[in-house]
Design a protein around this ligand. Structure first.
Ligand SMILES: Cc1cc2nc3c(=O)[nH]c(=O)nc-3n(C[C@H](O)[C@H](O)[C@H](O)COP(=O)(O)OP(=O)(O)OC[C@H]3O[C@@H](n4cnc5c(N)ncnc54)[C@H](O)[C@@H]3O)c2cc1C
Length: 512
């Protein structure tokens, strides 16, 4: 029996379900660079280079093992430009008995694959993606009958089922969560370790030329491209993170620094999401560091929670709630995405830095994404669809299954509180506490209104005021709503005026 095995750009894992029983004598692996996938949003140039180069290197590694790989390049004559078209062409070429697939990460692609069952002339088999620690079925069982889907409770279950940081049936160190210790501001002059970055190899350079030629107007620059494109190098990046940054990851996890987004973060999400690293091995490496006394518990627990907690939970919510999930707009946000998200041109130093980091590295860390870029879109009332598309496009690690719940649910509260019990809205004080952005900023974070006030301040109170009907009875917002209720009508009007004037003056003509 001949099997055609399709491998997608985010399935670059040798142990992938659909590669498990590969017979090199009979089977063909199909990999295709197609315009439809490269273009469905206009991805950051670094994301395109990372994925195409990683695909090409993965294909080379399979060939080195003696596997027949049918690899269709983007610029190859005859490339139909669509995944379905390339699968159909490959079936013509190889006449397989069956097409074997691993379930994709995105709803859109799953629908496409389901149609193939009707359209193609061979059997189509879809295997579960077992690279996640919690299957879709297990998440559904956990979620069924619960009033709220709080991540913390899910996380504890995964800790128990995987055994990570467990001391028999008790959490290591007597607590499940050490987050309270993980909110320190970066001390002035604190040394940040150099991070292992990888100069583009020959394959990567070829792909860079292709991307510059075919996607010249896409967002982002390639100047600082330093991503690993092979599993071997991704493992080196992981080892370097574990030894040089993990020990301080916990303490400064929420800190932000002008001119440098990496701080003590892992920089591993593109690798895990594309399949070059598995979540399990990443957590095992972190736990080994803890057991060897090389990293403290608050750092290792915090890091492992991000992966077996947040990452798995986000994926579970995506599959549980799609396809309706992306359509909700609980706060009826209706503003166009401001141009500053593309240009970084704004006098707000925090936003300018976070957009510039994103443009230069296809990366910003979690708090930049949530508490600066997301917070601003939330307070300004930007349409969820436009914000989602922006996030999906700009980050090297972005795929809809992980981007959507993070943006739609966590950052924008567009799901009405399925994911978070309150919106992550904050004034400038939070950004000032966690970063060095505010000092040199042209706005004054201590002023609440007026031409020099930090816009986050009046936008925050205006947001609460505008959304009082929907958020006013949220227990977790009781304190700010009490403060709001004590403001005089004149003060509230002043805040509303400043917010309106600021938002109306924001250019929003850019099409991306
Ligand atoms: C608005 C918004 C959008 C986001 N979009 C994406 C996205 O498109 N793709 C993506 O992988 N992550 C996304 N995240 C989650 C998180 O910001 C990134 O995973 C993280 O910044 C990646 O950098 P790192 O590897 O240095 O992470 P670290 O800070 O070192 O964390 C370690 C790992 O934990 C995992 N992780 C942490 N938080 C989350 C989370 N909330 N959801 C899923 N995984 C998590 C990632 O795999 C990450 O590599 C988003 C977060 C927000 C608030």
């Amino acid at each position: 029996m001949t099997t055609l095995r399709l491998i997608l750009a985010d399935q670059l894992t040798r142990g992938l379900a659909s590669l498990k029983d590969l017979d090199p004598a009979q089977d063909v692996v199909l990999m295709a660079e197609v315009m439809e996938e490269a273009n469905y949003v206009r991805h950051h140039k670094q994301k395109l280079v990372f994925l195409f180069a990683a695909m090409r290197r993965f294909a080379d590694e399979l060939r080195d093992e003696g596997v027949t790989v049918d690899y269709v390049r983007l610029d190859e004559a005859g490339n139909t430009g669509s995944l379905g078209g390339e699968v159909a062409r490959a079936i013509e070429r190889h006449r397989p008995d069956r097409l074997l697939l691993t379930e994709p990460g995105e709803w859109r692609v799953l629908e496409m694959m389901q149609d193939w069952r009707e359209e193609l002339s061979c059997d189509v088999l879809l295997r579960e993606d077992d690279r996640f620690l919690c299957s879709r079925g297990d998440f559904e069982r956990w979620a069924t009958g619960r009033k709220g889907l709080r991540m913390e409770f899910f996380y504890r279950e995964v800790r128990k089922s995987t055994g990570f940081l467990m001391d028999d049936d008790k959490p290591e160190g007597g607590r499940w969560n050490f987050d309270a210790e993980n909110r320190k501001k970066l001390p002035k002059g604190m040394a940040i370790p150099d991070r292992l970055r990888f100069p583009p190899d020959q394959t990567t350079q070829e792909v860079m030329t292709l991307v510059e030629a075919r996607f010249p107007d896409n967002f982002g620059t390639l100047d600082d491209f330093g991503w690993a494109v092979t599993r071997k190098d991704a493992l080196k990046a992981l080892a370097s993170f574990i030894s040089s940054a993990l020990p301080t990851f916990g303490d400064y996890q929420d800190a932000m620094k002008a001119g440098g987004p990496f701080i003590f973060h892992g920089l591993i999400s593109p690798y895990i999401n594309a399949g070059l690293l598995t979540p399990r091995e990443v957590c095992e490496a972190a736990e080994r560091a803890y057991r060897a006394g090389a990293a403290p518990l608050n750092a290792v627990e915090g890091f492992i929670r991000q992966i077996i907690g947040w990452r798995e939970y986000i994926r579970g919510v995506y599959w549980l709630k799609m396809p309706d999930y992306r359509e909700t707009n609980h706060l009826e946000a209706d503003r166009k995405l401001p141009d500053l998200y593309w240009t970084a041109e704004t006098e707000m130093n925090c936003l300018a830095n976070c957009v510039a980091d994103t443009r230069d590295h296809a990366y910003a860390h979690h708090i930049q994404r949530l508490m600066v870029l997301g917070n601003f879109a939330l307070l300004a009332g930007v349409r969820p669809r436009e914000v989602q598309d922006w996030y999906l496009l700009v980050y090297a690690d972005a795929y809809e299954w992980v981007e959507l719940p993070n943006v739609h649910g966590m950052a924008l509260f567009a799901d009405g509180g399925l994911l978070g019990s309150k919106p992550y809205a904050s004034s400038g004080a939070y950004i000032d506490r966690m970063s060095d952005y505010c000092g040199p900023c042209r706005f004054d974070v201590r002023q609440k209104t007026g031409p020099d006030a930090c816009p986050f301040n009046y936008l925050y109170w205006d947001f609460l005021s505008r959304n009082e009907r929907k958020l006013g009875d949220n227990q977790r917002l009781a304190m700010p709503y009490r403060t709001l209720s004590k403001m005089t009508p004149e003060r509230r009007a002043e805040i509303g005026r400043d917010a309106k004037a600021f938002l109306d003056a924001l250019p929003s003509d850019y099409e991306g």
